[in-house]
Design a protein around this ligand. Structure first.
Ligand SMILES: [Mg+2]
Length: 229
C-alpha cells in the first residue's frame, strides 16, 4: 500500500504541546508591539481556552480579538508570530504515542508525508519529535490549504491505483476530502483539531484515536486488494 500521512496532530502533538507555547509567544510579541493587556496570565488562559475549541490557531486569535477586550489591530502581529517566525532553539513538541514504532513497522509500504506549513519549521518539528525524515519516500511541505493537487501529483508520478492509497490526517476538509475524491481510502486521526471536526462523514472510511490502529486497517485493506475488491 501507499500511505500518505499528515504531520500536525496526526504524527506529532501540535495542538497539545506546541500551539499553547506558540500562542504564549505570540501574546508576548503583541504586547511588545504595544498591545495593552492588564493581566497576562488571564489573557494567556483565554487564548488557550479558545484554542481548544477553534479549528485553527488563527481562528483562536481572531475570536480572542473579536471578544472586544483587546485592540484588534495587533491581530496580524500575532498571526505572523505563529505561522512565519522561526521556532526558537527550545520548544515543546512530542510525537503522538507510538508514531516512531508505527512508521518502522510500516516500512514495507511506501510512506509519504504531505504537510501544510513552512519547510524549515516543519522539518524542525520532525527533528524535535524524533521522527526521521528518511522513513518517508517523499515529503511535501506546502502552503496550499487544499492537499488535492499534491495527492494527484503523487498518484501520477508514482502510478498509484487509488484503491492502494491510504491517506491519514486529522482534518477532514483539507486532508481527507480531496483524497476521497481521488478514490483513495481515508483515515481520520481523532486528535487535537481532529476532535473538533463534525460533518463530512461521507469522506471518512475509518476513524482512529490511536496510531497503532492503522496497522489493522492497512492489513485489512491489503487483504481486500489481494482478492481484487
Ligand atoms: Mg493536521
Amino acid at each position: 500500500m501507499w500511505i500518505i500521512f499528515d504531520l500536525d496532530d496526526t504524527l506529532i502533538d501540535t495542538t497539545g504541546s506546541l500551539t499553547p507555547f506558540r500562542l504564549e509567544q505570540a501574546l508576548k510579541k503583541m504586547i511588545d508591539s504595544g498591545l495593552a493587556v492588564n493581566d497576562f496570565t488571564r489573557a494567556r488562559f483565554q487564548l488557550w481556552a479558545l484554542n481548544k475549541k477553534a479549528l485553527s490557531t488563527e481562528e483562536a486569535l481572531r475570536i480572542f480579538f473579536s471578544l472586544g477586550e483587546y485592540d484588534k489591530s495587533f491581530l496580524e502581529v500575532g498571526i505572523k508570530e505563529i505561522y512565519e517566525v522561526e521556532l526558537p532553539e527550545k520548544f515543546p513538541l512530542e510525537s503522538l504515542p507510538g508514531a516512531g514504532n508505527l512508521l518502522q513497522e510500516l516500512k514495507d509500504h511506501t510512506l509519504i508525508l504531505v504537510t501544510k506549513g513552512h519547510e524549515a519549521i516543519q522539518y524542525k518539528k520532525l527533528e524535535k519529535a524524533g521522527i526521521e525524515p528518511r522513513l518517508f519516500s517523499k515529503i511535501i511541505v506546502s502552503d496550499l490549504k487544499d492537499k488535492g493537487p499534491h495527492y494527484q501529483k503523487i498518484c501520477n508520478e508514482m502510478n498509484i491505483p487509488p484503491s492502494q492509497l491510504v491517506v491519514i490526517g486529522d482534518r477532514i476538509g483539507s486532508d481527507l476530502v480531496p483524497a476521497k475524491k481521488l478514490g483513495a481510502w481515508t483515515v481520520q486521526m481523532k486528535w487535537g483539531r481532529g476532535l473538533c471536526f463534525e460533518g463530512l462523514e461521507d469522506y471518512v472510511d475509518f476513524k482512529i484515536s490511536k496510531l497503532e490502529e492503522i496497522k489493522r486497517i492497512i492489513d485489512h485493506l491489503g487483504a481486500l486488494n489481494s482478492v481484487g475488491i
